[in-house]
Design a protein. Sequence first.
Length: 459
Amino acid sequence: MAGRGLPDGFVRSVREALGGRVLDRAGDLERYAADALGVGTSPDLVVMPDGTDEISTIARLCQDHRVPLVVRGAGTGYTGGAVPTQGGVVLSMERLNRIIEIDEVNLLAVVEPNVITGELQRAVEAVGLFYPPDPASLDMSSIGGNVAECAGGPRAFKYGTTKRYVLALEAVLPGGEIIHTGSKAVKNVVGYDLTQLLVGSEGTLAIITKVTLRLIPKPPARETIAASFASIDGAVDCVTALLNERVVPAAIELIDADSLRAAEAYAGRPLAAGEALLIVECDGTPAAVDEEIVRVKRACSAVGAVQIRRAATEADRAELWMVRRQVSLALRATGLDKINHDVVVPRGRIPELFEVVDELRREFALDIACFGHAGDGNIHVNFMIHRDNADEVARSKKAERLLFERVVALEGSISGEHGIGFAKKAYLSLELDTAQIELLKRVKAAFDPHGILNPGKIF
């Protein structure tokens, strides 16, 4: 045997296919054992293919030898989606990082899966185009991972999530077959929509090797406002006030007191005047943006904002967004374990969600920090715990389940953008009934009859 538990013949065939782009030393394997969740097990082998044909070969070998195969991009996920649960092979996409085409006439881009989201955004904006999906990890996360998880981000309120921008895919099935779904055309209703089926499938159905993305013209103007409030209630009320003003900002981001204090400690300076912060960004034509900003200020003032800051320069805007994008890092820097739950509710029920969070704080005596995409109801509820305190861990697990139950009762979802992976699979039945789950399992079996691709996830 080789690779700690893999057949010699299998490992030999993999090495023949990839040469030196195969890792099996313990220290190398450990780097691929976890994602941002921080929990996982090491693979038996890591392979780094150069392109689709090599990926096809690896997939076929894994199926022939019944070896588990897990695809990994940037490893920024929070639910263990790119982490082995049964050893086997991690297929790292790190070498597939080219922007193949930016088509300015047809408003699309063709990219390999490990292109970093922020790099794509900057490349298309340089020619006056715009790729709206905007996860907070945009300078670390990859397009392939965004597609696999159907990532969202701050701009989902106005522009929607990743699935709205995926026109076509090239993918490899577990047996090595290469398929092409969708097309470069905006309209395509031939057969089942396999493209959208693969978006959000968490790497359990196929290996995405090429992505065709829809672009839009870059908005000519944008303005950003940060409004501080004396309490989280004021910030939540402001979200409702903005909706009542019929404003459709590009983003509405909320940061509560615990998150704000952590961000200030991380930055080493004060960042806001109050106990909660709302960041609102509007984009479009200059005239439309000016009108929306007036409405935003009016809504903020109406619910008692203690300070309203308008970014005067691009540097000011970057400073405001830095606060939001570093909140997650700041919470981790507290030294506590950060258990991030990306729950989502209908926008109008955000006040009720925060009532639920307050109840959980009191009932389970937990520190809970909240921030996120208030515009689309996607709030990141973070249980801040001491991992070595068994009682606190037990209380957080009870609170976690109750949070999910209450979110579903509020007509929401237990995951808005991180997916299920292995971290949330125990809670799947809270949201989906038996008939739905069995149907999903049949879809999985149709794509992956031997269950080699990303086993131990979702179900």
